[in-house]
Design a protein around this ligand. Structure first.
Ligand SMILES: Nc1ncnc2c1ncn2[C@@H]1O[C@H](COP(=O)(O)OP(=O)(O)OP(=O)(O)O)[C@@H](O)[C@H]1O
Ligand SMILES: [Mg+2]
Length: 254
């Protein structure tokens, strides 16, 4: 291991330890504030009411801190993949049902374009759902700036590759931000933590896959995930990668 790598690993452990140490005092602060709030709720005086509102603000901030620490710990620890036979078609349909109301409210039309045998793939369904959810939420946010638009999820199995694309007609990504998209904590949103894409990339890589994107500012964005469809061949993706499954080498051609 190089010096730079071992230093990075050491810093990672240190940061993980720090985040862990922050968790306990944070939950004590939260609990104490809640108790204080309960006491104050019984008081009718105006001063007590003001104090109650201030405590609400503190509780919100404590929750925000807690979320940041939790996400950091999830990210730092990585996941134990639980590979299971999964109906990806059903998983995406269910995700669409879940997001349907939100999409409707935001004037967003969502389409699912499925091709090939998606109903019996081996992957970690919880993590893949989480990754797709993050990409779809980002797509929705990108469309909000335009007052709505289209989102397409395209999933295809071809040969040894599973390709999943999430395409939106939203605001697009500024050229100057393209290098930083997957970095933890990179966000352009007022309430974003910037962990979404970092987590998506981690999940994809844990599956032995790759994620890329194409985007044009003002026009839209396409995220492209490539996973090995056959887990027996996991790790072989790099040798057969192509950006589009259409142009990827097929089984038997290699
Ligand atoms: N589909 C998209 N279109 C345009 N910009 C995008 C898209 N997806 C991501 N981005 C940009 O990349 C940034 C990082 O995304 P990421 O999901 O990591 O964090 P976030 O959405 O800001 O916060 P959160 O942690 O809540 O997901 C976003 O703030 C946004 O600027
Ligand atoms: Mg996000």
């Amino acid at each position: 291991m190089s010096n730079a790598n071992s230093r990075l690993e050491f810093l990672g452990q240190l940061a993980g330890g720090l985040a862990h140490e922050i968790k306990n005092p944070l939950s004590t602060i939260k609990l104490t504030l809640e108790l204080l709030d309960e006491d104050l709720a019984k008081e009718k005086a105006a001063a007590a009411q003001r104090a109650h509102r201030k405590i609400e603000v503190l509780l919100r901030e404590v929750k925000h801190l807690d979320d940041i620490v939790q996400e950091f710990l999830h990210f730092a620890r990585g996941h134990d993949l639980k590979l299971t036979r999964t109906d990806l078609y059903a998983l995406i349909v269910e995700l669409f049902e879940f997001l349907g109301d939100d999409a409707h409210r935001r004037n967003i039309r969502i389409h699912f374009d499925a091709d090939g045998a998606l109903n019996d793939l081996v992957l970690d369904p919880t993590l893949v759902r989480n990754a797709l959810m993050n990409l779809l939420r980002n797509a929705f946010d990108a469309l909000d700036e335009k007052g709505g638009g289209e989102v397409i999820v395209r999933a295809r199995v071809k040969g040894d590759l599973l390709g999943i694309e999430v395409i939106d007609t939203g605001c697009g990504i500024a050229e100057s931000n393209m290098d930083r998209m997957f970095r933890p904590y990179f966000t352009t949103k007022k309430n974003g933590t910037g962990m979404g894409l970092a987590m998506v990339r981690r999940i994809v890589e844990e599956h032995g896959g790759q994620i890329t994107f194409e985007s044009e500012a003002g026009k839209g964005t396409r995220f492209i995930i490539l996973l090995p469809a056959d887990p027996g061949k996991r790790g072989s993706l790099k040798s057969m990668v192509a950006v589009d499954p259409d142009t990827a080498p097929q089984r038997g051609e290699q």
